[in-house]
Design a protein around this ligand. Structure first.
Ligand code: HXC
Length: 520
């Protein structure tokens, strides 16, 4: 063996030894603790998320920013693993925080690894996925760690709507650390092993005397049912990562591209006779809008977003003849499908997500109106409802509205009527478009007549029937062109596929502006 090759071998051995040290993270004991807690390690998560063998690691040998408190501290890999890989053959960038290294805490160089992949994602037009498991700002690095967060938040905001950003929450997410996930498009939590909060139970106890557990304060249940902070949750890391792989099939690589179509075995012209059983003309008989959606979309393709929060509004992705669509629908089974603050926020956000990623929107309408109540008014239903109006009007993707039954008052407009920018509006024969329901309308318009009548109840019933006959149907709106067609229910899937096909390539310009000013 020559001198040169021995030297080279030594260099290679050093590289491998250094790499092995980085790959070992916080060491076997801390990794065992991680697994005992039902969690995968940072590298196992990446392997599980990406297509096999596709991971290319970057910034492997980055070390922490030195200071007096950190000089003697070892942090292999700087507490985060970063790089690129593919999911279903499409490139994504990923960072995976390593809780076994200083609790996955975020220092300046840890943040530099993260921002490196965020920048590459933006430059190459690819999604970025953050696997969060971190104790927050690295206390020993002081303001440097705060600055690191700032650099990440800044990129979360400026790349928002340019490339999809998805956050998995797979462990603690405390303090300011929750704001990076909150700035991304989707937050997906693991049940029982993750939590998100601004201030923890101990601080809360000392300030407000409230006693609460980590899970009760910011676990997956809280954020998918009460706060609306998280969009999806699954049991265990594997399920979360599989969920993210699935979610990506509905999204494009970036704002300039369309979502690739998937092969579809479900016939585009499949008739939908079951709809006639689900939706009856009796306006007071509730039905579950999920059943309608399931009947219309490609079999098994509906991925509901925020399924357990604001259940009166159903939002989710699906495919129609293999093409991704966003569905926004009232659910008459919950609170009669009325619009309240949470439902408005949920829908507005989802509409904007669809619009920025070129995903056409199907709106299914069965709504009596906004939820009346002092609490709603005082909490700002006007401001929140306005978000929906704004989001629909702003969206330039193809928009189809289908009125399945009631569409009354302000909610008629908030659910993307013709005037609010729907490209095509369909109604079923069961539809009723009016300012309000027949009972309410008759009581207001004919109050004097009913009051003076010898038999007020009979007069009231007659007036209600008269009003219903005149307005409680789709034909008044269809006659004025507000509805493009009243369609046979069993032929709906075929028509939706054809109409979205018709709208493909739609372009709509907006007047110059720096950006709009959506009511927040
Ligand atoms: C540096 C930290 C750390 C931190 C934990 N560690 N938090 N190191 N900075 N913020 C270290 C621990 O010393 C320990 O090191 C290892 O990580 C694991 O921590 P444990 O406490 O043993 O783990 P566990 O019992 O599972 O508890 C996890 C935890 C707890 C609940 C997250 O560590 C915790 O409360 N940490 C502090 C959280 C926090 O207050 N962060 C700052 C938030 S403020 P060893 O060597 O023993 O393994 C913030 C501001 C951001 O983030 C502002 C942006 C706007």
């Amino acid at each position: 063996m020559t001198q040169a090759s021995t030297e080279l071998q030594e260099l290679i051995a050093e590289m491998e030894q250094r790499r092995r040290k980085v790959e070992a993270g916080g060491g076997p004991q801390r990794q065992a603790k991680q697994r005992e807690g039902g969690k995968l390690t940072a590298r196992e998560r990446i392997e599980t998320l990406l297509d096999p063998g596709s991971f290319l690691e970057l910034s492997t040998f980055v070390e922490h920013g030195r200071n007096r408190l950190m000089d003697s501290v070892e942090a292999p890999g700087e507490g985060v693993v970063t790089g690129r890989g593919t999911i279903h053959g499409r490139q994504v960038f990923v960072f995976s925080q390593d809780f076994t290294v200083l609790g996955g805490s975020l220092g300046k160089m840890n943040a530099a690894k993260v921002t490196k992949v965020m920048d590459l994602a933006a430059k190459t037009g690819c999604p970025v996925i953050g696997l969060n498991d971190s104790a927050g700002a690295r206390i020993q690095e002081g303001v440097d760690s705060l600055s690191g967060y700032g650099e990440i938040f800044y990129r979360n905001a400026i790349y928002s709507g340019s490339v999809p950003q998805i956050s998995a929450i797979l462990g603690p997410c405390a303090g300011g650390a929750v704001y990076s996930p909150a700035l991304t498009d989707f937050v997906v939590m693991s049940q029982g092993t993750s939590y998100m909060f601004i201030t923890g139970p101990e601080v809360i106890k000392s300030v407000t005397r409230e006693e609460v557990t980590f899970d009760g304060l910011g676990g997956a249940d809280v954020h998918t049912r009460k706060s609306g902070v998280a969009h999806l949750s699954y049991e265990g890391d594997e399920a979360v990562l599989a969920g993210i792989r699935d979610l990506l099939t509905y999204l494009p690589q970036n704002a300039r591209e369309e979502v690739p179509a998937q092969p579809c075995a479900d016939p585009a012209d499949r008739p939908n006779p079951r709809l006639l059983e689900i939706v009856t003309p009796d306006q007071r008989r509730p039905y579950d809008m999920h059943a309608v959606i399931g009947e219309l979309v490609d079999e098994g393709s509906f991925l509901e977003i925020q399924p357990n929060w604001a259940k009166n509004m159903v939002c989710g992705f699906a495919r129609l003849d293999g093409r991704s669509v966003g569905i926004v629908a009232n659910n008459p089974k919950v609170m009669a499908g009325t619009l309240n603050i949470d439902a408005s926020d949920k829908a507005a956000r989802f509409i904007r997500t669809c619009d920025c990623y070129n995903i056409p929107i199907l709106t299914l309408v069965d709504v009596t109106g906004f939820l009346p109540g002092v609490a709603q008014e005082h909490a700002g239903i006007i401001r929140h409802g306005a978000k929906m109006l704004y989001a629909y009007a702003e969206a330039t993707v193809p928009k189809i509205t289908l009125i399945t039954r009631k569409s009354y008052g302000g909610a008629y407009l908030a659910m993307n009527s013709r005037d609010m920018g729907a490209d095509v509006v369909y109604a079923w024969p069961t539809a009723a478009v009016a300012v309000m329901g027949a009972e309410g309308a008759a009581n207001i318009v004919y109050r004097r007549e009913i009051g003076k009548s010898e038999n007020p109840e009979a007069t009231r019933a007659a007036k209600i029937a008269e009003y219903r006959e005149t307005f409680d149907n789709p034909y008044v709106a269809a006659a004025k062109g507000y509805i493009d067609d009243v369609i046979p229910m069993e032929d709906t899937r075929r028509r939706l596929v054809q109409t979205f096909e018709m709208l493909r390539g739609k372009e709509e310009a907006r007047p110059y502006k720096k950006h709009g000013n959506i009511p927040l």
